[in-house]
Design a protein around this ligand. Structure first.
Ligand SMILES: Nc1ncnc2c1ncn2[C@@H]1O[C@H](COP(=O)(O)OP(=O)(O)OP(=O)(O)O)[C@@H](O)[C@H]1O
Ligand SMILES: Cc1ncsc1CCO
Length: 524
């Protein structure tokens, strides 16, 4: 029997049909739109009616050569000669179901935890439905949502097996790109498909909805499942690219939308001007869609996070992703409170950052590690193996990661660069990390604009060189700090800050090339 294409897995729900649309009409339009598997879910229907619906659905699916799966009811699946059955954790165990079903009959099972995925693998399920990614109105959740980032570890548990995986729960065309990027495991294991309910069933245009979902899925599958493909630049080429981007910021004057903390707002706006970009500090959720269109990148800094700022941050990152603008996350003091931790998790379950930057304490907390402690927003130690840590985190979060400190470690998940410039005064003033976030956002904005527009759908940016952009931003701030610290008019942290802003504005690209202390760690 042909292997199943799980790409777009429709789960029916007659209760969601819009007024005036019949079940079979909606199903046929979804099939015309490119649905690749159909699961009939009828939780409250009696057997005779379920059987009738299943028979009608089977005839329709056969016409479009799309396999039909029945939720829960092995008897109905057998009666209509379906391709498979989908079981829940409290339904019949897989080994028992296997004995009752003919050879080749497909068995899928819903899994909410890593343990359930492991057990599904042991019992040789054909596929798992990883549920629920997000909160959903179509099913009353009995378990906590997995979130985009929870999917990666589950997929990793399926490495080397034949078990296919689809995600389900709240998936729509508007969050599918984020799901596809963020769910890939550190071992590069991606989803085989996405299961969708309301985005198709509740639509007046199920064909259009299915077409949209499928085109995004296919585009993402092509563009996200590999860290390779970009040419590997030498250390010197990265520095050259970094200064090209530096020039780009000055000539393009990108608009950088920043949601930052109240401590550093002013100095962040000024450092943005100093690198040659323009800042706009704005937090209201109502204006996020407009700003995503207008601006060239977004910075989200949670330094003085409030419950009401979360709405703007959620919508801001989401709109920036949709507009293919780079997003920089600065998880300031994330380890300091449960509120910050939960908020960062929520943000990262909704949108995909292009760069995450933070000190050791912040990145440890973000990664769930207790190796490095923090005192409020400051780190009180370092990692034993920062190179591996930063590479792993970049692979896990599928973005550039910059770990700051005396040495800055920057990784794209493959390579790790060590940057050793900077005066210790940078560590003594408040907000040097926050200013660096503004610089990185400015450089990413220019890198994104400078990139050859990649028209493939499914990319969250235009495909700019964000590794070089991050390197350029760090070099700009740290090399400028070396000049600022040695100025005669600088006597301590009070006079250092304005001098730093001046030196950033005055810094020349050739000075960076001459003074950059950049090393590369050996590949793992
Ligand atoms: N001792 C140091 N020597 C050289 N550079 C440093 C030192 N400490 C910090 N820096 C530089 O300062 C910048 C900010 O890094 P840092 O780790 O201090 O951020 P942070 O702790 O997030 O700052 P803040 O919370 O005050 O905004 C980085 O570019 C880093 O290279
Ligand atoms: C001191 C401080 N507190 C919250 S944000 C911030 C600025 C440096 O991160």
């Amino acid at each position: 029997m042909d292997p199943i294409d799980f790409s777009l897995y429709l789960v029916t729900d007659r209760g969601l049909l819009p007024q005036g649309k019949s079940y079979l009409e909606s199903l046929e339009q979804a099939l015309l739109g490119g649905v690749t598997v159909v699961q009939i879910r009828e939780k409250k229907t009696d057997t005779a009616e379920f059987l009738e619906i299943a028979l009608q659905s089977k005839a329709l699916c056969d016409r479009y050569k799309v396999p039909l799966i029945i939720n829960d009811r092995i008897d109905i699946a057998l009666a209509v000669n379906a391709r498979g059955v989908h079981l829940g954790q409290s339904d019949m165990p897989i080994d028992v179901a296997r004995k009752l079903l003919p050879k080749g009959f497909l068995i899928g099972i819903s899994c909410n935890t890593l343990d359930e995925v492991r057990r599904a693998r042991e019992s040789q399920a054909d596929y798992v439905g990883l549920a629920s990614v997000w909160d959903t109105q179509t099913k009353k959740l009995t378990n906590v949502p997995i979130g985009v980032r929870g999917l990666g570890v589950m997929l990793e548990a399926l490495d080397g097996s034949e078990v296919r995986a689809v995600a389900i729960g709240g998936i729509k065309s508007t969050n599918l790109i984020r799901l596809m990027h963020g769910s890939v495991s550190a071992t590069n294991h991606g989803l085989d498909g996405v299961a969708v309910v309301s985005d198709i069933v509740a639509s007046h245009d199920p064909k259009g909805a299915a077409q949209m979902l499928k085109s995004i899925f296919i585009a993402c599958k092509k563009s996200t499942l590999s860290f390779d493909g970009e040419p590997r630049l030498s250390r010197e080429e990265i520095i050259d690219k970094a200064v090209t981007i530096m020039d780009g910021v000055r000539s393009l004057n990108p608009l950088v939308h920043q949601m930052t903390n109240v401590v550093v707002s002013n100095q962040s706006a000024n450092i943005t001007l100093a690198v040659g970009a323009s800042p706009i500090m704005a937090t209201a959720p109502e204006e996020m869609a407009d700003l995503a269109e207008l601006s060239d990148s977004l910075l989200v800094n949670i330094g003085t996070l409030r419950a009401d700022s979360m709405q703007g941050m959620l919508k801001g990152g989401y709109s920036a992703n949709a507009g293919r603008k780079p997003v920089v996350l600065d998880p300031v003091g994330v380890g300091a409170s449960e509120f910050r931790k939960a908020s960062v998790k929520e943000l990262l379950d909704i949108w995909q950052p292009t760069v995450i930057k933070g000190n050791a304490g912040e990145l440890a907390a973000l990664a769930g590690s207790i190796e490095v402690a923090a005192k409020g927003v400051d780190s009180t130690g370092g990692f034993k193996d920062p190179v591996s840590f930063v590479r792993q985190l970049a692979r896990k979060e599928r973005c550039i990661v910059a770990l700051t400190g005396e040495t800055d470690y920057i990784s794209d998940g493959k390579r790790v660069l060590l940057l050793k410039n900077g005066d210790p005064l940078l560590g003594k003033i408040t907000g040097s990390g926050c200013m660096l976030g503004s610089c990185i956002s400015s450089y990413c904005a220019a890198a994104n604009t400078l990139a050859n527009e990649d028209h493939r759908e499914g990319k969250l940016t235009r495909g700019g060189d964000f590794l070089s952009a991050t390197v350029g931003a760090v070099l700009t701030l740290t090399i400028a700090s070396e000049f600022a610290a040695t100025r005669e008019d600088v006597h301590g942290i009070g006079t250092f800050l304005p001098a730093l802003i001046d030196e950033v504005a005055a810094l020349q690209p050739e000075t960076i090339v001459r003074l950059a202390k950049v090393e590369e760690a050996a590949d793992s």
